[in-house]
Design a protein around this ligand. Structure first.
Ligand SMILES: Nc1nc2c(c(=O)[nH]1)N[C@H]1C(S)=C(S)[C@@H](COP(=O)(O)O)O[C@H]1N2
Ligand SMILES: [Mo]
Length: 194
């Protein structure tokens, strides 16, 4: 289904996905209440230089813009989202990651987790985003800050991000422990592992 009669090139949308103009909210559990004065984002685990940003630090550095499509594993895709924030690769560079680190666990306020191969986070369109389509990111969509990983199904785009933990091996996050795919490439329909 293509909303508003807008024609979309089928090569633009991964297999089994339908375009929506809406922006559905998909959360497991409640939207957490987050105090900006106490908010931090950290890079932890297997790193030579742990990184910790306060909200003030984050705002001072949030100068990157990415326009990207967003694909939920349940079958909807929202095209041309304009995200503003900080490119994750730049922050990971600062953390000086040793070659023994191969995977990452994203940890969220509220307790959600999701795992990714480190390589997937090094793509220049992976963002820590605090704005969406010209407005502050709404709490239900992950505000103050969410991870955005355009090349993976959206369960990898962790809302209310709190930390990235570098790991020496793959560990499964919340939906991945329930059978969703660890890598989650929508172009390969990597929806389920079991
Ligand atoms: N912290 C957290 N992040 C999350 C989720 C969640 O339940 N908690 N749901 C994921 C799923 S399954 C999807 S499809 C997207 C939905 O993002 P949206 O609610 O902004 O559309 O967020 C992902 N990130
Ligand atoms: Mo999802």
């Amino acid at each position: 289904m293509v909303g508003g009669g807008q024609a979309v090139d089928k090569d633009r949308v991964p297999p089994g996905q339908a375009v929506t103009q809406k922006f559905p909210v998909l959360s497991y559990g409640q939207t957490p209440t987050i105090d900006l004065a106490a908010w931090t984002f950290e890079v932890i685990g297997l790193v030579n230089n742990p990184v910790r940003l306060t909200w003030t630090d984050f705002l001072a550095r949030a100068n990157d813009v990415v326009t990207a499509d967003f694909h939920c594993v349940t079958g909807w895709s929202r095209l041309d989202n304009r995200w503003e924030g900080i490119v994750v690769r730049d922050i990971l560079d600062e953390a000086r990651i040793p070659p023994t680190a191969t995977h990452v666990m994203a940890h969220c306020y509220g307790g959600y987790t999701t795992n990714l191969p480190l390589q997937a986070l090094l793509s220049p369109d992976v963002l820590l985003a605090h704005r969406h389509d010209g407005a502050p990111l709404e709490p239900d969509h992950g505000g103050p800050v969410r991870l955005v990983v355009p090349d993976r199904y959206a369960y990898k785009s962790a809302k209310w991000i709190k930390a990235l933990e570098l790991l020496p091996e793959n560990k499964r996050g919340f939906w991945e422990l329930h059978g969703y795919n660890s890598n989650a490439d929508p172009w390969r329909s990597e929806r389920y592992d079991f």
